[in-house]
Design a protein around this ligand. Structure first.
Ligand code: UDP
Ligand code: MG
Length: 326
């Protein structure tokens, strides 16, 4: 069974009842046309709507469709990590459920894989139907991340990509929590290339990435691949200290010679507030790193599987009783 699957399509699902049927139809059409064996791994990340029931119905009709149900919502990055770990194919394609990543690009990725590339990522030329704020913040973030890390994380790429079995196994062997998968794919290396595509509008429903999840992902990306925020905090602290020292010398000298106070109470308060703000930002940056160190030391699993459908082999289910509570 293990070697018979050529392609594994990994699809994370969180409250996607409105798109799941269309997603299956579009993926099936494309994958059937390739005339090679494939599986579609739907990873249900704790959906609260009827996503699970809908996938169950698809699984009944089509045994190539596999469903992994998480015990709760663990997040997009955990869902795609689980899909990769449990997949059986020689090439694994990760794609969002909402059809923003067009399945029609998959054959182009496969062609590049057959040419010998181990990673083929989708590079977004345009993004349709997304707010100005989302596109702007994404653009800034990808460039910021690239400038502060030492690894070559391509800009304007999400998790829509094809990876070879050996890349998948390497990624799955990395034990880290708070995973920023697209960064890890760059970090592991191998022969990489890209195909360009236009990101479409969401087929139906609303984004499952509110600001809170986007910020978490952004901090995961930064803390996983760069210490520069910590270094910058040190320099900023040093600079502030120097400025403070100069101001102290200037004010003391002025007061000694002119016998009048030159700083008003309001100004002192304002400067103090700014300084406190800065200190808390730096503490917050420290906290982002320390919280993640704490996650690593607790070593809890990245996800818990409650049930699966159409799995016979390759299952690494975690019984909730096996999970140590710290
Ligand atoms: N998703 C998930 N868990 C989450 C949030 C999202 O599995 O906690 C899935 C979602 O169902 C979709 C993919 O991740 O397949 C990307 O989410 P979405 O399309 O909402 O993100 P956006 O395109 O708006 O950034
Ligand atoms: Mg989307």
């Amino acid at each position: 069974m293990y070697n018979t699957v050529v392609y594994s399509i990994v699809v994370p699902l969180y409250n996607e009842e409105l798109v799941i049927d269309e997603n299956y139809m579009r993926l099936k059409k494309i994958m059937d046309s390739l005339k090679e064996n494939y599986e579609i791994m739907y990873v249900n990340d704790g959906s609260k709507d009827s996503t699970m029931n809908k996938v169950e119905k698809i699984c009944e009709k089509d045994k190539r469709i596999k469903l992994v149900n998480f015990s709760r919502n663990f997040g997009h990055q955990c869902a795609i990590s689980a899909g990769m770990e449990l997949s059986a194919g020689d090439a694994i394609i990760v794609i969002d459920a909402d059809l923003q990543d067009p399945p029609e690009v998959i054959p182009q990725m496969i062609d590049k894989w057959k040419d010998g590339y181990d990673v083929v990522y989708g590079k977004r030329l345009k993004r349709k139907g997304e707010s100005f704020l989302k596109k702007f913040t994404a653009k800034i973030f990808y460039r910021l991340l690239r400038s502060i890390t030492n690894i070559d994380i391509p800009v304007d790429t999400g998790d829509f990509r094809l990876i070879d079995r050996k890349v998948c196994d390497t990624l799955s062997s990395l034990p880290e929590r708070n995973r920023y998968v697209r960064g890890l794919v760059s970090w592991v290396g191998f022969k990489q290339t890209f195909v360009e595509f236009t990101r479409q509008e969401r087929f139906a429903g609303a984004s499952k990435y509110p600001l809170k999840k986007m910020l978490k992902l952004a901090f995961d990306g930064i803390t996983s691949f760069s210490y520069k925020p910590l270094v910058a905090s040190t320099y900023l602290g040093g600079l502030m200290f120097l400025l403070g020292l100069l101001a102290f010398i200037y004010v003391t000298a002025k007061n000694l010679y002119s016998h009048k106070t030159i700083l008003t109470l309001g100004l002192i308060l304002a400067i103090n507030l700014c300084m406190f703000g800065l200190i808390f930002i730096i503490l917050g940056i420290l906290g982002q790193y320390i919280g993640r160190i704490s996650d690593e030391s607790k070593a809890r699993p990245n996800y818990i599987i409650a049930s699966t459908i159409n799995y016979k082999e390759n299952i690494k289910e975690v019984e909730p009783s096996e999970v140590k509570l710290n």
